[in-house]
Design a protein around this ligand. Structure first.
Ligand code: NAD
Ligand code: MG
Length: 395
């Protein structure tokens, strides 16, 4: 078998590292074409020494020169590129077979789209890119014949629960609803009154998953489930009403598909992102990912609850943005990114995150997004409005 060349966008992050762990287990199947990282240069250098990629991409020219010298001194032929241009080059390079899109936030949009436009197998972890650009993104997938495989554990589970021809339409293949599971995050049982006092450390201490800081805060606010609801609508051509959020604290069922005949198909497994990563890398085959087998006796019970949108208003805001469409999801996402960064810098309270997003969505009118410029404009406007809120209220 000819090895597949893989680009890992966001290689120094949680998903990037898990991807490299799976890839390294199958040297006969996968070769690393490019690794990218933004701030953790030392970690990126270590990864380059291990995986010997053809390219590495860093944030700017100065960092690129520094890393290039270090790698050359170590005898590596890796070429180091810089900035968004470099990211797009390694995402769309003709010799690349598959791209793991694992940059966090809106910064991943252009590189992920570059992979789509080059017709690659795109392993999508960067949900924010799809939330922002929904219709345009899916249109590009169809136009360029990209193979889009979801890495988000819930969407990967749904993909596994759907028949191969689900693109004919959910009702055409007998699907009644998608049941999107949520762990509920670290504050699932916390009373509303104390939510305003939680710290970034508490928010980032997820009970079941170890993840980057932004998605950890999103999980704590349930905005992650809101973004995932929008993501599910685009990936599976579902209406927001067809996606029901189910809180399932054990994170063993990763999501379910409910069919009209009464069958409900669930995908289960230990909460370890190497399962969806391995699934998407090898699909339609299966490979070993190093994930321990599920011990149902140890799990013992599976609990389910309805989400509480009063304590977690971000979920309601995301559902509303999904229903409104147009530029609303891009603005929701951008306002959330600014708010989460401010929370992590201890400039605002946890409960201010939803306040900021709601005030941005109320301040700006929703417009249709016909091209990437319109998406980026909506993103920019929302960031400006969110910053204005911070100037008025934050410390
Ligand atoms: P992380 O913070 O651990 O890693 C983010 C990566 O993006 C790093 O490599 C960083 O260098 C890079 N990056 C950050 N800002 C950048 C910028 N401006 N330009 C270029 N690169 C930049 O995040 P993560 O937890 O690995 O999450 C990555 C993506 O995967 C997110 O969209 C997240 O929602 C999604 N995701 C993560 C998990 C998980 O378990 N971690 C699960 C599902 C989905
Ligand atoms: Mg998820």
């Amino acid at each position: 078998m000819k090895p597949q060349w893989i680009t890992v966008l966001g290689a120094t992050g949680s998903i990037g590292l898990s991807t490299l762990d799976v890839v390294a287990r199958h040297p006969e199947r996968y070769r690393v074409f490019a690794l990218t990282g933004h701030s953790r240069l030392v970690e990126l250098e270590t990864l380059c020494l291990k995986h010997k990629p053809r390219f590495a991409v860093v944030a700017d020219q100065a960092a690129a020169r520094h890393l290039q010298e270090r790698l050359q001194a170590a005898g590596l032929e890796t070429r180091v590129l810089a900035g968004e241009e470099g990211l797009c080059e390694v995402a769309g390079h003709p010799e690349v077979d598959a791209v793991m899109a694992a940059i966090v936030g809106a910064a991943g949009l252009r590189p992920t789209l570059a992979a789509v436009q080059a017709g690659k197998r795109v392993l999508l972890a960067n949900k924010e890119a799809l939330v922002m650009s929904g219709a345009l993104f899916m249109q590009a997938v169809r136009e360029h014949g990209a193979v889009l495989l979801p890495i988000d554990s819930e969407h990967n589970a749904i993909f596994q629960g759907l028949p191969g021809d689900y693109a004919r339409g959910l009702s055409a293949v007998g699907v009644r609803r998608i049941l999107l599971t949520a762990s509920g995050g670290p504050f699932r049982e916390m009373p509303a009154a104390t939510l305003s006092d939680v710290t970034p450390e508490q928010a980032c201490a997820h009970p079941n998953w170890s993840m980057g800081r932004k998605i950890s805060v999103d999980s704590a606010s349930m905005m992650n489930k809101g973004l995932e609801l929008i993501e599910a609508c685009w990936l599976f051509d579902a209406r927001p009403e067809q996606v029901e959020v189910v809180v399932h604290p054990q994170s063993v069922i990763h999501s379910l598909v409910d069919y009209v005949d009464g069958s409900v198909l669930a995908q289960l497994g230990n909460p370890d992102m190497r399962t969806p990563i391995g699934h998407a890398l090898a699909w339609p085959e299966r490979i070993d990912t190093g994930v321990a087998p599920l011990d149902l006796f140890k799990v013992a019970r599976l609990d389910f609850q309805a989400p509480d949108e009063t304590r977690f208003p971000c979920l309601r805001l995301a559902r509303e943005a999904a229903q409104i469409g147009g530029s609303a999801p891009a603005m929701l996402n951008a306002a959330n990114e600014v708010a989460v960064a401010a929370f992590l810098e201890r400039r605002i309270r946890f409960t201010d995150i939803a306040q900021i997003i709601e005030s941005v969505l109320n301040a700006e009118s929703v417009v249709a997004v016909e091209d990437l410029r319109a998406v980026l404009h909506a993103d920019h406007l929302a960031r400006v409005r969110a910053q204005e809120w911070l100037q008025r209220h934050a410390c």
